[in-house]
Design a protein around this ligand. Structure first.
Ligand code: SIN
Length: 490
């Protein structure tokens, strides 16, 4: 896809620190590539500790003034940011598609999704109400006030380069926090463009700083933030092993943490489900972003009575998905993010087939399109011994497992260290609440595959992490509560 934007200056190739676009001190560069071809689009700084420290110094210096700004003024700036993001929807959608590989329509959809969080938190900024607590003794007044936690370090993933920045940075700014951000090495361009627009919207110098780095240099940047007591909160979306590292390393300075980590979502089709609706819901949940979404169903449990019907309808729909370049308006699935991602998908499918699974459709790389394309796949005969049942595949593969009763399938669904999202289809209202209560996840979709929304609390339990993004809870994660007790009032 050619890099032609109606506003060319949205493509930034420098860090943004203290209101200035700056190169890394070492002049080292990191190529940003098109995942479809591996061709370099442009290069950004490959930063290290010096840039991480400069960004943190700037965020720390900017904090006192930003937190004192009346919430209504912070809200107005964030609202302008939202308006600018929407005004640049086509360009930002193009950048997302180019560096991340999702089809253009989905890229533009992600921009609207990102903006919905920015708008939401602009509105929430003015509602950070505290409490007046009835005093238990005479002569006292007691208050609980909300305060920003301080400098926030945001470490963001490649799969939603706009939406994940938006739902971390917008609440941080709304709360009165300042931010240092390290975007994913695969997709820094969208983040840099969003930061430019935030600056144009009036976010003051130093309040929002962004530092890009390669996979190799990322630990140097992030560990500096983890070790520095001035960073009061880490917000991270990514893998569980990295989340655990962040939790361990930030323990010495006891930072507040929001960790949105790996998932292994079950999708259950009960015998009383509306099968057509279940197939629709599954398509929406599973094939969004080519299956590269933390809440994508990873394990599909289908009751024996409806397995054949569900599997055949699903295979027909999946086999008809159009795979192709992100720039082709007909494409529904683009390339995977990189070679490692495709190798993992291949390993999972080969392992499943070696252990007895059958390929109903797909099951191979689409090398005629390019090395990073993988055919949307439906497998039957999957079981818990397979890698695709234990690890998140993060690709367009649907492994179907037959089950026979509710207790068995709930136990199987919960038999994972992860607990982000779960989905099930049933028309029995008593079963619906029984199963929703029994599933050990932070999110449950009942007869619905598209569960994400700015007004909803997004986050997991168990090793999928803690903290919530979006909704009113998403603002709380950037605040602490200060109790004030005033005496001598008699
Ligand atoms: C994610 O994959 O981490 C985010 C997905 C979403 O917001 O729905």
């Amino acid at each position: 896809m050619p890099l032609t934007l109606s506003r060319a200056e949205l493509v930034r190739s420098a860090n943004f620190i203290a209101g200035q676009w700056t190169a890394a001190a070492s002049a080292a560069r990191l190529d940003v590539t098109d995942p479809a071809t591996g061709a370099a689009i442009t290069a950004v700084p490959d930063s290290g500790a010096a840039e991480a420290r400069a960004a943190l110094d700037a965020a720390h210096a900017a904090f006192p003034a930003w937190r004192k700004l009346p919430a209504k003024q912070r809200a107005a700036i964030i609202k302008r940011w939202n308006d600018l993001v929407l005004a640049h929807q086509d360009d930002l959608g193009t950048l997302i598609s180019l560096e991340q590989g999702k089809p253009l329509a989905e890229g533009k959809g992600e921009v609207a999704y990102a903006a919905s969080y920015i708008e939401w938190f602009a509105e929430e900024a003015t509602r950070m109400n505290g409490e007046v607590i009835p005093a238990p003794v005479p002569g006292r007044r007691m208050f609980a006030l909300k305060e920003p936690v301080g400098v926030v370090a945001a470490i963001t993933p490649w799969n939603f380069p706009a939406a994940m920045i938006a739902r971390k940075i917008a609440p941080a700014l709304a709360a009165g926090c300042t931010v240092v951000c390290k975007p994913a090495e695969d997709t820094p361009l969208t983040s840099l463009a969003l930061v430019l627009l935030a600056h144009e919207a009036g976010v003051p110098a130093g309040v929002l700083n962004i530092v890009t780095a390669s996979r190799e240099n990322t630990p140097e940047v992030v560990d500096l933030w983890l070790d520095d007591a001035r960073v009061r909160k880490i917000t991270f979306t990514g893998s569980t092993p990295v989340g655990k590292h962040l939790a361990r390393r930030s323990a010495d300075t006891l930072k507040k943490l929001s960790l949105e980590l790996g998932g292994n979502a079950p999708f259950i089709v009960f015998e009383d489900a509306d099968i057509g609706a279940a197939v629709d819901g599954f398509m929406a949940a599973k094939f969004r972003n080519g299956g590269q979404t933390c809440v994508c169903p990873n394990r599909v449990f289908v009751h024996a009575q409806v397995h054949e019907e569900f599997a055949s309808q699903l295979a027909a729909r999946v086999g008809a998905l159009k795979v192709g370049p992100a720039s082709d308006p007909a494409s529904q699935i683009g390339p995977m993010i990189n070679d490692r991602a495709v190798e993992k998908i291949e390993r999972h499918v080969q392992d499943a087939v070696a252990k007895g699974a059958k390929v109903l459709t797909g099951g191979r790389r689409l090398t005629d399109l390019g090395a990073t394309y993988y055919a949307p796949t439906v497998l039957t005969g999957a079981d818990a011994s397979m890698a695709c049942a234990c690890e998140e595949t993060f690709g367009p593969v649907a492994p179907l497992t037959v089950f026979h009763d509710e207790a068995e399938v709930v136990a199987a669904a919960n038999d994972t260290p992860f607990g982000l999202a779960a989905y099930f289809y049933s028309q029995d209202v008593r079963r619906i609440w029984r199963v929703a209560d029994a599933l050990e996840t932070g999110i449950v979709g009942i007869n619905e595959g598209a569960i994400s929304a700015e007004a909803a609390p997004f986050g997991g339990v168990k090793e999928s992490g803690y903290g919530r993004e979006g909704s009113t809870h998403g603002l709380d994660d950037y605040l602490h509560t200060k109790y004030i007790c005033q005496g001598l009032l008699d």
